[in-house]
Ligand binder design. Structure first.
Ligand SMILES: [Zn+2]
Length: 172
């Protein structure tokens, strides 16, 4: 199986809202996409990957958190939505679409997510801490939002020159 490439910041697929998967008619397509997303995520060493980061504009994402970050969890998200969030946490995040960039981002501490799994069955996920952060990061991707957009306006302005330098490195 060929490993999908990861789209980097600047690629328009990252800033467009993805299309929901039609269930059950597109369920089989999801199975293959999910296997490819897990393979790409492993190859590039991330804990989450949204389909549009692999160039596929569908509302699908995967998360795999190794045991050292908590209890260890693997999730397939098909058409996920955050239905509620509470509290706040600020912590460092990275993103496979921004290699080498780590930013302190404020997120809800707890979220409730309604989604479908890879078999097309509805699931509800209640998460806090690191998993809640990963869910918010990936669902943002599916909404066409990247993590730099979660910074304050001032922090974004400050980041601009560094981001421009990083972009040049990625193109090399
Ligand atoms: Zn990301």
């Amino acid at each position: 199986m060929a490993v999908l490439g990861i789209r980097l910041y600047g690629d328009p697929v990252l800033t467009r809202k993805t299309r929901p998967v039609l269930l059950p008619s597109e369920r089989e397509l999801v199975g293959e996409l999910v296997r490819n997303l897990f393979a790409a995520m492993e190859a590039f060493g991330g804990v989450g990957l949204a389909a549009n980061q692999a160039g596929v504009p569908l509302r699908v994402a995967v998360i795999r958190i190794p045991p050292k970050e908590g209890p260890g969890v693997q999730l397939v998200l098909v058409n996920p939505e955050i239905i509620s969030g509470e509290g706040s946490q600020t912590g460092e995040e990275g993103c496979l679409s921004f290699p080498g960039l780590f930013l302190k981002i404020k997120r809800f501490n707890k979220v409730k997510v309604r989604s479908f799994n890879e078999r097309g069955l509805p699931v509800e996920i209640n998460a806090d801490g690191f998993l809640a952060r990963a869910l918010q990061h990936e669902i943002d991707h599916l909404d066409g939002k990247v993590f730099t957009q979660r910074l304050s306006l001032l922090a974004r302005l400050r980041l601009k020159p560094r981001l421009a330098r990083l972009k040049k490195e990625w193109l090399r």
